[in-house]
Design a protein around this ligand. Structure first.
Ligand code: SF4
Length: 404
């Protein structure tokens, strides 16, 4: 059987990754031009194939992608989003620029999935999508996932993985200690296990599958605001497959794939400048004409949703957002262990204490019918959440292991 490494060699993946990473080192103007060329190429290839395109829109990066495609590249495609999951300030920008809102998937009982329903049924989205997916496998053992579970605990990958030891499949020590206990008997180890479920399914039910379905219904393939520099599961596939990918089951464009945070913030400032100098009125007029917004809808003064604060420059020239660095849903636990306090739950406490209280203590019910929520999960992974402890609380600080 061909191992992963042999396959990578055969398809020239190592060369592709090296060439991609070279482009990531280029300056902003190169990357901006490069993104434009890739976006235009994607559009014309889709035209040839008889496919429509849309932009998958969520937070700041993809809002900027949508504006970039429309205002710089002249690519006039719809934006699609599971908008209701986003922060209110993001929803307002979505509405202002005409993003189509796609509701979550329907459940068998005829109601739609909501965040609490997904979490109650499948588990909390916490740490990262990749790690939550691994913990979910440990919590749902089958004969089929036996080899993967072994690799998650030990790092040994077996034949398909090329008999590697210490492979990246293994959970790092911090998470192994807390979540590896499901395999204590099979692996002869002594790790802990929590009394709550962890899952990466939330995105799937609330935004991925429904937006994919929208794409299928409209014979449309997406532009995505992904960047390899953000790391995570997709970084490797972006570096291997490049900005535009026409695969057997996936077709997508990620024109910002080679961008770094600084590049996206530079482009955000540029787009925001356009917004403040005429675009706002242009989108308002179009929205009213198309009946998407009413005359009294308050257009946001900036394209940068309030949850991010503003984009400012440090003395050394580094751009940063004054509030949230990244967003997602208000209750998402992905990346929470790497955030300094006040973190997203603290910010939610300030902006909406009632919602905070619900998410922290009442969102789920245990088997005895008692309420619980994020407080239990954050306590378990060692992330502080008590609003009275901000400042003097060492919980929630980063350690080297968080980056491994
Ligand atoms: S971003 Fe987080 S909370 Fe939102 S749908 Fe995805 S996993 Fe769920």
């Amino acid at each position: 059987m061909e191992s992963v490494q042999e396959r990578m060699k055969r398809i020239g993946a190592y060369e592709k990754i090296a060439s991609f990473m070279q482009k990531e080192k280029q300056d902003y103007s190169f990357k901006r031009k490069y993104a434009q060329i890739r976006a235009e190429e994607f559009r014309s290839e889709c035209d040839k194939r008889g496919l429509n395109c849309h932009v998958s829109v969520g937070g700041l990066d993809s809002i900027i992608l949508y504006m970039f495609l429309h205002e710089v590249c002249g690519i006039d495609v719809p934006g699609v989003s599971a908008s209701t999951l986003e922060d209110r300030s993001i929803q307002r920008v979505h509405k202002a620029i005409g993003i189509i809102n796609v509701p979550p998937l329907m459940r068998e009982d005829g109601t739609r999935w909501t965040k609490p329903k997904v979490i109650q049924e499948f588990g909390f989205p916490v740490i990262s999508k990749e790690i939550a997916g691994k913990i979910e496998l440990l919590q749902n053992p089958t004969e089929k996932n036996k080899t993967v579970r072994h690799a998650i605990i030990t790092g040994e990958t077996g034949e398909y993985g090329g008999w590697q030891k210490n492979s990246k499949m293994q959970l790092n020590q911090r998470w192994l200690k807390l979540f590896g206990g499901y395999e204590n008997e099979t692996e002869g180890c002594d790790f802990q296990k929590p009394d709550f479920l962890v899952s990466a399914k939330c995105c799937y039910y609330l935004k991925e599958k429904n937006c994919d379905d929208w794409g299928k219904e409209h014979n449309s393939v997406p532009y995505l605001g992904l960047m390899a520099s953000e790391g995570g599961r997709r970084a490797k596939s972006l570096r291997m497959n490049g900005c535009n990918y026409f695969g057997a089951s996936t077709i997508r464009s990620a024109p910002f794939a080679i961008f770094h945070r600084q590049d996206i913030l530079s482009l955000a400032l540029e787009m925001d400048d356009l917004w403040k100098n005429g675009l706002k009125e242009k989108y308002q007029d179009a929205g009213i004409k198309e009946g998407r917004i009413s005359e009294c809808f308050q257009m946001p003064d900036s394209l940068i949703p309030e949850i991010y604060g503003t984009i400012e420059k440090k003395p050394d020239g580094t751009l940063y957002t004054t509030k949230a660095q990244r967003t997602g849903c208000s209750m998402c636990g992905f990346g929470i262990h790497m955030e300094k306090r006040p973190h997203r739950f603290d910010l939610l406490y300030e902006s909406n204490p009632k919602e905070w209280d619900y998410l922290m203590f009442h969102m789920c019910k245990d088997k005895d019918g008692n309420d619980y929520g994020w407080a239990k999960v954050l306590d378990y992974i060692g992330v502080g959440w008590d609003p009275t402890t901000i400042g003097g609380n060492c919980k929630g600080q980063m350690s080297l292991e968080d980056f491994m």
